[in-house]
Write a protein that binds this ligand. Sequence first.
Ligand SMILES: Cc1cc2nc3c(=O)[nH]c(=O)nc-3n(C[C@H](O)[C@H](O)[C@H](O)COP(=O)(O)OP(=O)(O)OC[C@H]3O[C@@H](n4cnc5c(N)ncnc54)[C@H](O)[C@@H]3O)c2cc1C
Length: 428
Amino acid sequence: MVAGYQAKSVWAERTFAPLASHALKTGEKVDLAIVGGGILGLSSALHAARSGLSVRVLEAANVGDRASGLNGGQVIPGLKYDPDWLLQHFGEKRGESLVRFGASLADGVFDLIARENLDVPVERAGWIQAAHSETALRAAEQRAKQWTARGVSAKLLSAVDVNRLTGARGYHGGWLDPRGGAIQPLAYTRELARVAVDAGARIAENTRITAIKRDNSEWVLTTTDGRSLHAKGVIVATNAYADALIPGLARTLLPLHSFQIATAPLSDALLASILPDGQVVSDSRRIVIYYRKGPGGRMLLGGRGSMADPTDPKAWAHLEHAFKRLYPALSNVPIEKRWYGRIAMTLDHLPHVHEPDAGLLVAAGCQGRGIGLMTGLGPRLVDYFVSRDPELLPFPPTPIRPILFHAFRNVGIGAAIAWYRLVDMLEK
Ligand SMILES: Cc1cc2nc3c(=O)[nH]c(=O)nc-3n(C[C@H](O)[C@H](O)[C@H](O)COP(=O)(O)OP(=O)(O)OC[C@H]3O[C@@H](n4cnc5c(N)ncnc54)[C@H](O)[C@@H]3O)c2cc1C
């Protein structure tokens, strides 16, 4: 497991059985090599193994050490964009297929957990998007209306409803999407790995791939210590942790840190007044704050953090401040855990799929809500690799286009976050 603040998540308090990890022997050959053992890599591996392919997953750290095992565990349906926007911008056919893909994402996670009998704590009571301003409330009304028209029992919430359902103060209203819910993300990731191995995939942990080269009809992947793997196809599932493996890839992404805090266990009286029905919440701020109840009767709250790796609990002070603003009654409850991980944003707020050469597939850009997205995308990548049918990909492959002035990203992102926080604060 990783050290320092990344290891301090509430999810890592649970003990997991060691994974059946198989060290890579040089010269192995497989149908499909998958670089990255997060949700994307593992859902791809499970589907590929079930489809009869020989599969190798190469993970630089341990399964669950990165975003997939560190996240907030909020299963959020849909993409960042509303159905009407997708139809307007992508046209009837592609737009409709994106809407349908987005609509399937939360079901995909909960169905997989049930179907595979994964040992993952689940609570499916819905996702609340709480509006911090009148403008955000109007957007929530539109969103709820569009999903209602598509058969979702979305509920528009008044300010009083949001306060009753969350216990939080200061919102103008919001909407409730019943498709969403909560999972234990580290358990989900570890369990995905377990069933992928049971299905025949072989996973090598602590195995960083440093080069991928074509050799006639095959790909040759090389590890840090010079071992090699031959594969007919490769899926690169490194997301926000992309390194120099695929030239230019890391520069297509704005890697941001998402920070989280967990309180000490709350009294029964407090627990009864906060999220009594067990929903998960994200708010509408540009710098989103998200929260839910967690294991052991604690409250978890997350949001953007500094770009520098934190060395001190003060780096989480902005989240503690937000928490006290929402829940003044919890002002004296100690914060027990602080942790963080990396998320990958793209400039167009959509995930990107690339195919720099035939049989080499890359997907990245989870936009901070990748549990459903990466679970759903994995099988599509595998099916596309097998059939070459582009209709199977929700996002058509695009060239790898590095963001201009990417080297200045930390300065730019830091300033943008400060600016958006100010706008969020002033907006009514
Ligand atoms: C703090 C936090 C909170 C979040 N909250 C939520 C939430 O509530 N809901 C939600 O839907 N999403 C949330 N997200 C986003 C979600 O966690 C991610 O979108 C999702 O986990 C991405 O999965 P992945 O498999 O694509 O990437 P990852 O889980 O990051 O996996 C990528 C893997 O690639 C490996 N790797 C990188 N380079 C190499 C290499 N060269 N060789 C081998 N391996 C390599 C890394 O070690 C890593 O394990 C959150 C993220 C964070 C960080």
